[in-house]
Design a protein around this ligand. Sequence first.
Ligand code: SF4
Length: 305
Amino acid sequence: MSCTNRIKEEILELKAERRAIILAHSYQNEEVQDIADFVGDSFALSRISAENDSSVIVFCGVHFMAESAYILSPQKTVLLPVPEAGCPMADMAEVEDVLEWKEKYPQAAVVSYVNSSAAVKAVSDICCTSANAINVIKSLDQKEIIFLPDQNLGSYIASRVPEKTIHLWPGYCRTHHRVTPEEVLRVKELHPEAEILIHPECRPEVVALADFVGSTTQIIKQVSRSTADSFVIGTEMGIIHGLTKKYPQKKFYLLSPGLICPNMKKITLQDVLHSLKNLQPVITVPEPVRSQAYKALDRMLQIGS
Ligand code: SF4
């Protein structure tokens, strides 16, 4: 038996012993996606972590995702196999700055993208994901919104919900923000037949060139319903693994070689095994931050996708 297969077997045995589930974000390494019970975006994974009756959640993603799983299910042991796997965009919003903005725009509702720390969620009115951001913002009574931390997703929402005044936080995802309109034009020339699917974390001038704009789950759904045979994928490269497995007859091209998130690639099978063996590293969020952040997350979950 190969070393990889032995690791996989050990993971499966320990998973059963610990009553654990393995959740993997669609941007994770292929080997990690393949061992996971569920692969999806932050919204889908938050729901699963809240609804599943396992005792242990091995969260293969980045820090804020494991925090969200704990916020929703504090009775469970939430493991993040590599605790240094963070999200630079989430780190671009600090609580003190959010409180300053709240003072500056007292009428505004604070909507935080799930890619934010638990502490920031705790001072927010509601959370959103890239899949439900438009519905979340439309659901609010307030006309004025502080949207953080992603200025690109915020600009996209502002273009789709013009009746609201949206104050944009100056954060961005390094992986998506580095894609340029020139790259889109080049790929269009190379693959004129392909449908261009782009994540709203990309810059507005890049998003403007898309045939379809959506979250990772929405991009996957678009592939399933489209009659096109080939697609240019404008989000993190990890999603192509699942797409190729599900639609082997279709062709997928990555929009830019820069679409790789180093933090999402930190977790390996070895790390998953180590984490399950030692039930470490555990992610928790202290009270009252957890219960305050819970309100913002739960309000989002009530709205749906
Ligand atoms: S892809 Fe961007 S938003 Fe997602 S974890 Fe990586 S840096 Fe954060």
